[in-house]
Design a protein around this ligand. Structure first.
Ligand SMILES: [Zn+2]
Length: 121
């Protein structure tokens, strides 16, 4: 369980590094592809913090991730607040997970794209 959590954190960090590198090297390409106001927000949000930077994760990864998210303010473990919802963004299904810190009451949403079984990565 702990090893799984560490693996997910490592994957998230890895994704963050890849995205940061992409943003640093080819910002014009990102901006040029489908120019939408949401794309501008990429640099301002971490992975999973906004629809445009949604984290790609399987159902199993989401199940492991949910109880292991830290509060950004006080580092306590966040609790799911029961407001999870399915939405569509850019034509793709997306899940928005709602969390709340039991200590400082900070709320956090995590945007997840769950790959369809037949989709190629
Ligand atoms: Zn907190």
């Amino acid at each position: 369980m702990i090893i799984g959590t560490i693996a997910i954190v490592a994957v998230m960090i890895g994704i963050g590094v890849i995205v940061n590198r992409k943003l640093a090297i080819e910002p014009e390409e990102l901006a040029g592809t489908r120019a939408k106001p949401a794309k501008v927000l990429i640099a301002a949000h971490e992975i999973g913090e906004a629809p445009a930077t949604a984290l790609r994760a399987s159902e199993a990864q989401v199940a492991k991730l949910k109880p292991s998210l830290p509060c950004k303010t006080c580092r306590s473990l966040l609790e799911p607040d029961g407001t999870d919802e399915e939405v569509r963004y850019d034509g793709e299904p997306m899940r928005v997970l709602g969390f709340r810190c039991p200590h400082c009451k900070t709320k956090r949403a995590l945007y997840i794209r769950i790959p369809r079984p037949n989709a190629r990565a």
